[in-house]
Write a protein that binds this ligand. Structure first.
Ligand code: GDP
Length: 422
């Protein structure tokens, strides 16, 4: 069963843990969009590991871990991540890096910083150059992983692009950072990465034709999608199902199942509307219990109740088949739990989600209150052992969104997961 795993919220849904839990039964795991702005936390042999661009498949030596062409790659960061993974004892012989993946270049990162500090853009990006790298793809100027393998051509292509950026920065009163040293480092990284570089699109197509089981590993979340998210407070790629096809070159027929990952509550990093945000003690309690601090940036996350209006939207735009609900245990101490079931706006009450930020910032969530369970869930391993209130919470989510819950997660460890057979 070729399966897509996608975040249903604003990222950080616990996809790392969910994908790691699922990855063992796949022949191929592929990342298809985003860059090292993602931070998937998994535990490997008791150690906490944060993956940024490496697919979760690297933990399984028999599974091919593919960085597909839709991912933007910062070669120096990737080298470091591979070295870290090797230091954990992983051979990394199962890694494939798409030759047509666009490169994140030094001036992309500089531009991200300059723009984040300007009045043109205040999105709260990770300042790693992801957005500007995608801008170069759309602008038809991008350089690709395969370019690293042709020293002379790389030097001349990057010189032309550096000139473009020099003029751009100059117009904004900024000098462009000297990139001579970076060019040498990039070429060195190319030598290091060469054994991993391959035609990822061909390879994935072959895997599909040979009926291999493929897991498509989403990064960020639906509400951060460049087209369908809370624009402009979004990331620069398609984090939704659409990204699977453009990022891998496979067709919708290659997908058998879509699993949506959602926390039992909601978090958001950075700017942008967040209707169910809690700015009170209850929010702080959830933040502390859920350890809601960015795995890539360390930033405290904004925290709020589960927004079912947004979740239903995410289920619908992605054609989700089932939900993987994470971090239920974070609600263990809440006497009551609220869920937003509609929005009130100047146009009245409704349960349609507004994706553009200006419209979303004007809605007021309408809540339904559900009883909490006041019990520690961390050690529970069977559905039947979950308190009645937990099961009704899950049923409420199912009835509202129209899809079943196939997995619940009650802690960060692989074993703290209950699979629900239907
Ligand atoms: P991702 O980007 O979607 O993978 O999300 P993060 O990496 O930010 O993940 C969430 C964090 O929550 C990690 O530290 C996980 O170990 C942890 N986590 C995942 N699932 C659960 C869960 O069910 N309960 C608790 N308490 N922590 C979880």
């Amino acid at each position: 069963m070729n399966t897509v795993v996608l975040g249903m919220q604003w990222g950080d849904e616990g996809k790392g843990k969910a994908i790691d839990y699922l990855a063992g039964s796949f022949d191929v795991v592929t990342r298809f969009q985003g860059g090292h702005n993602a931070g998937h936390t998994v535990y490997y042999q008791g150690q906490k590991v944060v993956l940024h661009v490496l697919p979760s498949g690297i933990f399984y030596p028999d599974c091919l871990a593919v960085i597909a062409n839709g991912v933007v790659v910062q070669p120096l960061q990737l080298v470091e991540e591979i070295q870290n993974a090797r230091s954990l004892g992983l051979s990394m012989q199962n890694l494939i890096l798409g030759e047509n993946a666009p490169l994140i270049l030094p001036f992309h990162q500089q531009l991200d910083v300059v723009f984040e500090d300007s009045r043109y853009q205040r999105i709260g990006t990770t300042r790693r150059g992801i957005g500007p790298a995608y801008e170069d793809v759309v602008g038809r100027r991008a350089l690709f992983v395969k370019d690293l393998l042709q020293e002379k051509a790389f030097r001349s292509k990057i010189a032309i692009l550096a000139d473009y950026y020099r003029r751009l920065f100059k117009a904004h009163g900024h000098p462009v950072d000297d990139i001579d040293q970076a060019i040498d480092q990039y070429l060195q990284a190319g030598i290091f990465l060469k054994p991993y570089i391959a035609n990822a699109a061909h390879l994935l197509r072959r895997a599909y034709v040979e009926k291999k089981n493929i897991l498509f590993e989403g990064a960020q979340g639906t509400l951060l999608d460049i087209n369908l998210g809370t624009y402009p407070f979004v990331t620069s790629s398609n984090t939704t199902i659409a990204g699977v096809f453009s990022g891998t070159g496979l067709s919708p027929k290659a997908v058998d199942k879509v699993i949506g990952i959602s926390k039992a509550y909601t978090t958001r990093v950075g700017e942008g509307p967040f209707p169910t945000e809690l700015k009170d003690e209850c929010g702080s309690m959830l933040r502390e219990r859920g350890n809601e601090y960015g795995s890539t940036t360390g930033r405290p996350r904004r925290v709020g109740w589960l927004d079912l209006v947004a979740l239903k939207y995410a289920v619908q735009v992605n054609g989700v088949d089932s939900l993987f609900i994470t971090k239920l245990d974070v609600l263990d101490e809440s006497a009551e739990i609220q869920v937003a079931t509609s929005y009130e706006s100047a146009d009245g009450r409704g349960d349609d989600f507004f994706s553009h930020a200006d419209a979303l910032s004007r809605v007021r969530p309408v809540y339904q209150v559900l009883p909490g369970w006041r019990k520690n869930l961390g050690a529970i391993r069977r559905l039947g052992d979950l308190p009645r209130q937990v099961r009704s919470y899950l049923s409420f989510i199912e009835n509202f969104t129209g899809v079943g819950v196939s997995h619940v997660s009650l802690g960060g460890e692989r074993e703290q997961t209950i699979e629900i057979d239907r």
